[in-house]
Design a protein around this ligand. Sequence first.
Ligand SMILES: [Zn+2]
Length: 480
Amino acid sequence: MTQLEFIEQIIKEKEAVILDANDKIWSYAELPYEETRSSALLCSILESEGFTVETGVAEIPTAFVARYVVGTGKPVMGILGEFDALATLSQKAGCTVKDPVQNGGSGHGCGHCCLGTGALAAALAVKEYLVQNQKDGTIIYYGCAAEEGAGAKQFMARAGLFDGVDFVYTWHPADRNEVQPTCSVAIMGANFEFFGRSAHAGACPHLGRSALDAAELMSVGVNYLREHMIDKARIHYAYVDAGGTSPNVVQDHSLVKYEVRAPKVSQMKELFERVVDVARGAALMTGTTMKYEITMAFSDYVPNDTLGKIAAECMMEVGAPKWETSDYELAKKFLNSYDPVTLETIKEDIVQTYGGDQLAKILERPLDDQVHPYVAGVHEYESGSTDVGDVGYAAPTLNLNVSTCCIGNVGHTWQMTAQAGSVLGHKGLLTAAKALALSTIRTMESPEVMEAAKAEFVAKTGGVYHCPLPDDVKPPVGRY
Ligand SMILES: [Zn+2]
């Protein structure tokens, strides 16, 4: 029996439990830091499989670590799972017209139900491989809460939970089968608060000091800053408190939320400091005082090429999900559910990615039925951010993308929620499980690959994790 045949057999045995867990977590649709039932379900399955589960890690009640140790326990292998949902994206499973389960309710619009249960199936398969073949090793399933919130993985890394881990694999639901070829950017979020002095805006404005003016001058200053930052950087902001609703009162308080993104964590920190300087300047100009609080930060994600090459071979061996005619028909309905403007953009993207000659075929059969090759070397940055980046600064880490939805699907939409709870999500997560398990086993069985992955990790990151968050910033449990 080949390694893949072994994995396929184990996953077949566990399939009913895994798909049931996906559908339950899909229906719980719990928001970041509130994933109580989703987390408990994953833990109970892992415990029933003999894993030792530690809950509430890194001061996050819904984050956990589940370990299974065989023999010497070396090497130590990690698989990351997520399971949080998004607000307002409730939608009936498999339903191709907008029809929420609950109006305004949450939904798995990023497919993290599939992510968590596909990763679970992979961890169970690796465990069986160790046990039945009497191989030494530790397989760890990381229950990573709140990826859509302020994250968990950077707190887990700061707590040392990835120390001594030889390598880590994870995956994300996608419209394509590939080792993720791109990097994601680092991000830092903070609240800037200005304190002024209220006064009658007509009678005695000279006694007032406006916190609203300060917030506005901060926006002006940051807008001037934009010309003098690197192209790939982004600065976003939102007014949380503009000081009140009375123009005839000088506003004595304001609060603005900022998020700063840049490719490398070092660039992000440098740019963030310049934003803080702008806020200081705004306070000085208005005679107000300013304080800021960093609320979240993720490091950038960079693929580990050594793991990337192994995983790409494994993905080729596993193949794409086996789509049937009815799957293509369902996917086509989802694709056509997008509004005309979005659909036009999707078509342009398909032409750019697959070539114009493929457009007609893909619009008719919009599911990825192949595994795309991986090119090691220089990777483009995409403008999103993820806390998987922090794991990559703590241990050699790699992310796979596996198809769970129609080609061109837009993330964080009701369409994604519907597909994550459908046969498309099911087939994708089972395929991802096989690819993750095979990649883990292949890496484990090659000491040279593990050494090379570690050397690459040290060269790229320095090999010692530094959390981008100050030590006193705690996970915002109950405050997010
Ligand atoms: Zn996601």
